[in-house]
Design a binder for this molecule. Sequence first.
Ligand code: ADP
Ligand code: MG
Length: 411
Amino acid sequence: MKFDDYRIADEIKLNLADAGFKKPTDIQYKAIPAILKGEDVLAIAQTGTGKTAAFAIPVIDMILKQKHSTRSEGIKCLVMVPTRELATQITQVFQQISKHTKVRAFGIVGGVEQDPQIFKLEKGIDILIATPGRLFDLINQGHLRLTSVQTLILDEADHMLKLGFLKDIQDVIKYLPKKHQTLFFSATIDEEIKKVAYSLVTRAIRIQISPNDRVAKNINHSVTYIDMDDKRYFLERMAKENAEKKILVFVRTKVRAERVFKALERVGVASLTLHGDKDQQDRFQALEQFRQGEVNVLVATDVSARGIDIAEVDFVVNYDLPEQVENYVHRVGRTGRGTKKGLAVSFCSPEEKPLLAEIQAYLGKPINVVDMSKEEYRETIDFTEDTNLDLTSLMKEVEEFESKKKKQKKR
Ligand code: ADP
Ligand code: MG
């Protein structure tokens, strides 16, 4: 079935064609009719399978078909997401699909000026995409009313329903009219969170695509064993041997992100960092520079693990293994999006082997191991241009250690 065969507004069809979307993806095929019927939906589908349009298309269509409605009635759809970058991206998808129509989508996020947002809200919008912080600020200041919301969408739903966000969601629901539609979308969800989701709706229908493999099929992902202190040399080599490729590197903490940045800088590899300690404008800028290919290496924490859609990410590197197992799926899911193929590799140190075991248990299968011979490993260490590494003294240390061992044996 093609989008042309759908009973959705012609303007939407034109915009989809414009975006190069001809036929729906599996999740779009399944979710769009259910949403148009007004059902509550819990949709689980792998990363990069087009979940955004799966909710954006029917929501825009429903609003377009409400003949008598006007924007002054207030916001009709509220989309809640965990990060500001994701809010911005999803807003763009809504705007693209509602181009040349009367439907207005707008995103509000924290960390940037509030006044332009208030101005825009006062002019009236139909679809609001928001992160919780700024949303509540604006509600509390009386700039935002949610009393005409018909559809509430939680993207990255499992994350939004976890402690920390759950109370926010429950508070938002209090502001909504009693009768409203709720849509949950994510690539991952566990039983416990599923129960929470069901407790928030009257009747959710569940739509799940390829539940057997948590990692999307377009992603070739593997693990390789590297000592913690050697990881930078492997990243250096990878970046230098693939200078024209886009590499997204995930690390455990903000401090480590900056450290990896410095290590790369020392050896002449330009990179950008993205994490929660950075100013919001810098975060947006880093992502944009990476998107545009001005800088090909982005070192990020898990703030960028979810939802971010950059078409040409060639490699994802788990420089540190994720501590939350489901984030493995989200991190590697930043590559291999849509019809594209992608590569992901995890650098696993001996200390991280228990984490690796947890991730494999979560995936229900082992991750392919790239075995490296001692020579290959050595070659990468030799490859580095890091002058901080004094090879001669290191070799001396090794020799001393070896000779000590020999002496001990003799005794
Ligand atoms: P998800 O939320 O499932 O991770 P996204 O909604 O971010 O995925 O979409 C992933 C990519 O697939 C985007 O670049 C998007 O433009 C593209 N895409 C979505 N739907 C279609 C479609 N029907 N045909 C072609 N490309 C699509
Ligand atoms: Mg998404």
